[in-house]
Ligand binder design. Sequence first.
Ligand SMILES: [Zn+2]
Length: 170
Amino acid sequence: MKLPICIFDAKNAVLCPQCEGKVDTGELTQADVDASIILANIAKSTNEIENFTLYSCKEFEGNFVLSLAKNDIMAIRQSRTLYRRLQDQFKSKIWLVEAEETDKKFIEDLFFPTKILSINSVWAPGGIQKTKAVVSGKWTSRFPIDTEKVVRIVKNARNLDIEIEFEDKR
Ligand SMILES: [Zn+2]
């Protein structure tokens, strides 16, 4: 397991002076610390998590955006149990994204498992550049992803203004 804080700190839910210093200077956030402790805790009973790499966790308006290694995200997506075990430990919604990914992939990850048909830059009135994402299918009240939240997370994490459109607008 690789975490933003030391493994020892995460396992014991304490911070060594070095990690504490990083929190003080803002190099690490409280969300990085909390997510590390949560992962270390779940790892005690879930072997798969022992191999995970958490790059960072950002908390934003009660959303937790976890940057993980690609394989870790695949493992979580393949196991509902693992996903629930993880989600249950956070006080609100978790979003799984790959570390170091492109803006396009970042948006696709936020929408998983819904398919994104296209992501393009468009010019909005007033000469503002926006990113338009077209989501497959049509919106219904049962659509599982809060698109307003996605817009705010993308703005906060990537400083991109996105517009979400559904393929079928009827
Ligand atoms: Zn430490």
